[in-house]
Design a protein around this ligand. Structure first.
Ligand code: 3PG
Ligand code: MG
Length: 396
């Protein structure tokens, strides 16, 4: 995407208050960070700002708390982690976004960092409220969006805030992501296969009806697949699903046919009676009312592997199963290995994205290589569609 104003590496930032919007939305379990990739990726930029003596105000969301405070979604573990990594004074601000916040930020000394508690604890954030955005913008003098993975969200700290800060830029991680994805889009070779999984069905399902225009195959796995299975009248038991998706799934099949794009949904699966239970392999026809579908099974894996072998470009977002349990990481790991092998052996162009996908890759412990691994999931898919993402349009 052209026209984006990038943070000039030699900008004089000494003594300046810089608001940096990051994506510190890392997977947590019992308040412990499960995968720190998103944090590690922004450390070099933060270290650089610290070295150059700016005053740094960090904003991020974590999960979807829907405008209420929720201690399970506090950024406190992230604050502790950052504090350990960054060699400077670091503060955690848990108050309202008001004059007190402004005063706290104005008291920052050179090279100090303040992290604001989960910005989605305020409902105004997701509502993209003007007044709230103004208050956020007043915290600093320069604004940097280094959260490509949130740039598809028209929310205060990504979108409207930019009206209230004079100097606004895209950060270095955002630049790296866009440059890499642009190069994949430019160099992609047919056949293109998109593999879509994960559990954020509602925010991704719409994207598929556009991806059918650029792909020869779309492979649907993970919780996303359950909605397609329901549409095909299969029993999915107690599996995760999204309500009222029949129309969009119907539309996807229609558009796919019109664009000669094949849609593949699982033919067999691993089920269990609970998320932590043993895996039982079943044909999709035999799923029972109290089963939970938690992964794909060998027959489906083989079909996906053949599709990968026959593709020249792969775009993958979202795990194939509940990879958090090793019993259900079979599909995700098999797909990752097959893509990696093809990338190494015959220069398959492979681009993968999403917090969970990256986390699954790290958790697999496998030695894998891809053309590009993106921190972004939803944003990555929407960018692939060729959409002008709200968070990027305001950085031009
Ligand atoms: C992500 O994890 O994809 C980003 O942090 C965006 O999160 P969201 O889908 O809740 O907006
Ligand atoms: Mg995510």
């Amino acid at each position: 995407m052209s026209g984006i104003k990038y943070f000039p590496p030699n900008l004089d930032v000494k003594g300046k208050k810089i608001i940096v919007r990051l994506d510190l939305n890392v997977p947590l379990k019992d308040k412990k960070i499960q995968d720190a990739t998103r944090i590690l990726q922004v450390l070099p930029f933060l270290e650089d700002l610290i070295k150059r003596k700016s005053k740094i105000i960090l904003i991020s969301h974590l999960g979807r708390p829907k405008g209420t405070r929720n201690s399970n979604l506090s950024l406190l573990p992230v604050y502790k982690y950052l504090k350990e990594k960054l060699n400077t004074n670091m503060y955690f601000y848990t108050g309202e976004i008001n004059d007190e916040a402004k005063t706290k930020c104005s008291f920052l000394k050179e090279s100090e960092v303040i992290l604001i508690e989960n910005i989605r604890f305020f409902k105004e954030e997701t509502e993209n409220d003007e007044n709230f955005s103004k208050k956020l913008g007043e915290l600093g003098e320069i604004y940097v969006n280094d959260a490509f993975s949130c740039s598809h969200r028209k929310q205060s700290s990504i979108y409207s805030i930019t009206k209230f800060v004079k100097e606004i830029y895209a950060g270095p991680l955002l630049k790296k992501e866009i440059t890499a994805i642009d190069s994949v889009i430019k160099n992609k070779k047919n056949p293109v296969t998109c593999i879509i999984g994960g559990s954020k069905v509602s925010t991704k399902i719409g994207v598929i009806s556009n991806l059918v225009k650029i792909a020869s195959n779309i492979v649907i796995v993970g919780a996303m697949a359950n909605n397609f299975l329901i549409y095909k009248k299969y029993e999915i038991g107690k599996s995760l699903k999204e309500e009222n998706t029949e129309d969009i799934v119907k539309k996807i099949f229609g558009e796919a046919e019109a664009n000669k794009c094949k849609i593949l949904i699982p033919e067999d699966c691993l089920v269990s009676k609970s998320f932590e239970g043993e895996a039982i392999s079943k044909d999709i026809k035999f799923v029972e009312k109290d089963d939970i579908i938690l992964d794909v099974s060998p027959k489906t894996i083989k079909i996906i592997e053949e599709i990968i072998d026959d593709s020249n470009t792969i775009m993958w977002n979202g795990p194939a199963g509940y990879f958090e349990s090793k019993n259900f990481a079979l599909g995700t790991n098999a797909i990752a290995q097959k893509i990696s092998k093809n990338t190494k052996n015959r220069s398959l162009i492979s681009v993968l994205g999403g917090g969970d996908t990256v986390s699954a890759i790290n958790k697999s412990g496998l030695d894998l290589s891809f053309t590009h691994l993106s921190t972004a999931g939803g944003a990555f898919l929407e960018y692939l569609e060729g959409k002008d993402l709200p968070g990027l349009s305001v950085l031009k």
